[in-house]
Design a protein around this ligand. Sequence first.
Ligand code: F6P
Length: 510
Amino acid sequence: MSSKPDSNNVRSTQNLHGSMPNGAHTAVDVVLDTAYQGIDSNNWSDLFKLARKSELPDFIADMFAGKHINQSEDRPALHSALRNLSKSPVILDGQDVMPAVTDVWRRIEALCNKWVGVTDVIHIGIGGSDFGPRLAIEALAHVPDIESRGMRMHFLANIDTAELARILDRAQPNSTRVIIVSKSFTTLETTMNAKAVVAWLKDNNCTKGQIAKALFAVTANVPAAKEFGIADDHIFPFWDWVGGRYSVWSAVGLPIALQYGFKTFEEFLAGAHAMDLHFKNAPLENNLPVIMALALLYQQEKHGIEAYAAIPYADALDWFPKWLQQLDMESNGKSVGKDGKPVKYSSPVVFGSAGSNAQHSYFQLFHQGPEIIPIDFIAVRKPMSARPESEAHHRILLSNCLAQAQALAHGKTDNNPNNVYPGKRPSNLLLLPELNAFYLGALLALYENRAATLGALWNINSFDQPGVEYGKVLAKPIEKALASGSDQVVANESVDAITAERINFLNSNS
Ligand code: F6P
């Protein structure tokens, strides 16, 4: 790793090279500049008062202390323990969870050491069992000097066989390893894809012994993984106190360690741990996740914003907005609060993609559309390749990022209404010193802690996701009706008239 700051706490602005812009804050060497939020010092002081009135400091303390802040499921949200490299005790219901966590680290490291002759890894999982490791594998592949085993890493999430077919066309069955990742081990996409991959191994004459050697599982439902036929010593557990979308720090991140080495995985955890220490200990006024959360809250109050965008000016982070969508919208996309009463605010729609590509897509709407959409511009100081052109290209990348933020903030007048930019469009600038495992970990933990802060401010439980269940339940009778092949399906208690017509149309054309 090329640079790694003191992970203990907030760094003052003076510790950084060069003078920091006015209105900027820093932690773990990540700089957050809120100058274009249009929030003056009185507004900020009201926002921090509001945070204290909402008992945010107590919430943060409770979260790290393992209190059951996920009340609907009567659990804590202790993903921070998964990256607690200090190994200080984390007591959950009277018991320290760290021995179990460190045992999994030891097993991951041991597996890395005996991982030889593997050409392909098929990682099967969806949602939180997919986005985190996929983002990290993609992002770290762009780190110029990273050590990599260079295996083909395939991520199989969708039940659509297009993805399955593409992967199985490329993988070499005799040297493939399969990691089935599912917290519940009941997710239909994952279990069906896993069965399909096992069938492919069999069809390619892999023996029982070879298949047993190839299969691994990462789950909180160890009995189900055993039942599937995974050997005990190939099952890596995690726990119900880790939400799926917060799970990349567990053995869900196994591909990171296998591809880039255990040390890199540790650095990823270290960056996140450093950000946790900052979030836990820094005063609210210097606390990056808190400041970002309050800025969003301000824009909701002031402009009634209903969407916001995260634009990483780094191709390596192209998967970041997808990861963030699940994090924010699955955590906080809720209409009722912890007390069961309607909430005033909840998660806006989150979207984004890598800049500068995004400028040539939907930025028109940011500049001149009727809605105000706050943006997080995320930039990296150092170029992300060792190409001879990298410095020159990187300057252009950064200048685009800075120019967009400035144009959005100030706008432009013109006699021709078509050429008027209204301006006053708020944005943050987040600046990472470089892209490596450490800072990637810090970035993800920053947003995780921001999501938790927003939940606390909105009085939302950020750690359950009851809204995703209903559609899954309804899919069962619909699948049955499709399987019947009948084009005479009539509406009943589980299939309404519109859906019955759609099923009949699909069946009549099959
Ligand atoms: O459907 C939503 C969800 O439950 C997510 O919360 C989760 O990340 C994903 O499905 C996958 O779940 P599992 O890891 O249990 O397969």
